[in-house]
Design a protein around this ligand. Structure first.
Ligand code: DAH
Length: 339
C-alpha cells in the first residue's frame, strides 16, 4: 500500500479508537468516509492518474475504506454496549426507597356515631325506618300534637318550602309515618337529617337526629330508662349512668330530658359538664295518647315511649369536639384524627 494511504488509514483507525462515545465515533467516521471526507476525496484524484495506474490505486483506496468501515462497526457495537450498561446502572431501582403511600380514608365521626347507635339499638330488636326530608305540616307538627297555633312550634325555627311543605325539623315526623302503616308491637329507630334556621358553635342549619319509638302493651318509663342506660354504657363508658328530668314536648306525656353522667370526670364536675357532673344528651317521654289516636292506635290498650337525640351532639361529647362546624367543613386534618 502506498505510504500516504497507509498513514491515512492508521490515523483514521487511531481516531476511531479514541472516540469516547457514539456521537464522537460518528463524527470521526464521517471525517474520512463522509461525502466531504478524506477517503472520498481520494477517489476524486483517480482520474488524474494515468489509465493503467488507476485499478491498483483504486483497489488500495477501497482497502482503506473497508478497514475504516469495519473498525467503525466494531467500535460502534462496543460503545453501544457500554453506553447501555452505563444507563442501566444509573437507572437501577432503589428497592430500599420508601414507597408512595395511598392515604386511607376514614368514616366521618357523624357516620361512626350513627352506625354505633344502630348497632346498640339493633341489638335490642329495633328496626330502621327512614322518613322523607321534605315533610308536610301534618307529619312534622299537627299529628305530633302541635297544631297550627301551638306555642311549641316556636321551639324550632322552621324552613318552609312552599305552602304546607317544609324541611323536617325533627325525625319525630317518622313516628307518625310508621304508626300509620304498622301497628304494635313497634320498635323503630329512625336516623336522618333535619333542618332548622339556627346557627352558632353548637347549632347548624342541618344536622342529624336519631329517633326511637317503642309501642306495645305495658310499656313504661322504666323500659325507656333501662334501654338508655345500656346506650350510655356502650356509647360513653362502662360506668355511665342516666338521669331523667321533667321537661315538655307536645308529643310525649310525661316528657323528660335525659342526662348522662359526665364521662370526662366520672360525675365529679369538670368544664365539659360545667361542674354539674351531668350532660344533657336527649329528649324523650311516654308517647302522648293523642299521637297514638292520630295514628289509629288505641291508647287504652297500648302505651309507648319515644326518644330523639342529635347525632352531632353525641359525636361532639364523645370526641371532645367544641365546634359543630368542624363536622361539615371536612378538613382532612380534622377528619384524619378519627382513625
Ligand atoms: N323531636 C325533639 C326535638 O327535635 C326530640 C324528641 C324529644 C324526640 C322527645 C322524641 C321525644 O321522640 O320523645 O327536639
Amino acid at each position: 500500500m502506498e505510504k500516504h494511504l497507509q498513514e491515512l488509514l492508521e490515523q483514521a483507525l487511531a481516531e476511531l479508537s479514541a472516540a469516547a462515545d457514539s456521537r464522537a465515533l460518528y463524527e470521526a467516521k464521517m471525517k474520512y468516509l463522509g461525502r466531504a471526507g478524506s477517503v472520498s476525496a481520494l477517489y476524486k484524484t483517480l482520474k488524474t492518474l494515468p489509465q493503467e495506474a488507476r485499478p491498483a490505486y483504486g483497489q488500495q483506496i477501497n482497502e482503506v475504506r473497508v478497514q475504516i468501515e469495519t473498525h467503525a462497526e466494531v467500535r460502534a457495537a462496543d460503545l453501544a454496549a457500554s453506553e447501555l450498561s452505563a444507563r442501566l446502572m444509573g437507572e437501577r431501582e432503589d428497592v430500599t426507597m420508601p414507597g408512595r403511600r395511598a392515604r386511607r380514608g376514614t368514616l366521618h365521626p357523624v357516620t361512626r356515631v350513627k352506625n354505633q347507635l344502630i348497632d346498640i339499638f339493633a341489638g335490642m330488636g329495633f328496626e330502621i325506618f327512614e322518613g322523607p326530608e321534605i315533610e308536610n305540616d301534618y307529619y312534622n307538627f299537627t299529628a305530633l300534637n302541635t297544631p297550627a297555633d301551638h306555642p311549641a312550634r316556636d321551639m324550632q325555627d322552621t324552613f318552609y318550602v312552599s305552602g304546607e311543605f317544609l324541611l323536617r325539623t325533627q325525625t319525630s315526623a317518622g313516628q307518625i309515618r310508621l304508626m300509620e302503616k304498622k301497628k304494635p308491637p313497634i320498635k323503630m329507630l329512625s336516623p336522618g337529617r333535619v333542618f332548622r334556621s339556627d346557627d352558632d358553635a353548637t347549632h347548624s342549619p342541618m344536622f342529624h337526629q336519631m329517633e326511637g319509638l317503642v309501642v306495645d302493651k305495658h310499656i313504661t318509663l322504666c323500659d325507656l330508662q333501662g334501654m338508655l342506660d345500656e346506650f350510655a354504657r356502650v356509647m360513653f363508658s362502662e360506668a355511665s349512668k342516666t338521669r331523667l328530668r321533667p321537661s315538655y314536648f307536645p308529643f310525649t306525656e310525661p316528657s323528660v330530658e335525659v342526662d348522662v353522667s359526665c364521662h370526662a370526670c366520672g360525675g365529679k364536675g369538670c368544664p365539659l359538664c360545667k361542674g354539674t357532673g351531668w350532660i344533657e344528651v336527649l329528649g324523650a317521654g311516654m308517647v302522648n295518647r293523642r299521637v297514638l289516636e292520630n295514628c289509629g292506635i288505641d291508647p287504652d290498650k297500648y302505651t309507648g315511649f319515644a326518644f330523639g337525640m342529635g347525632i352531632e351532639r353525641i359525636a361532639m361529647l364523645k370526641y371532645g369536639i367544641n365546634n359543630i362546624k368542624l363536622l361539615t367543613e371536612n378538613d382532612v386534618r380534622f377528619l384524619e384524627q378519627f382513625r
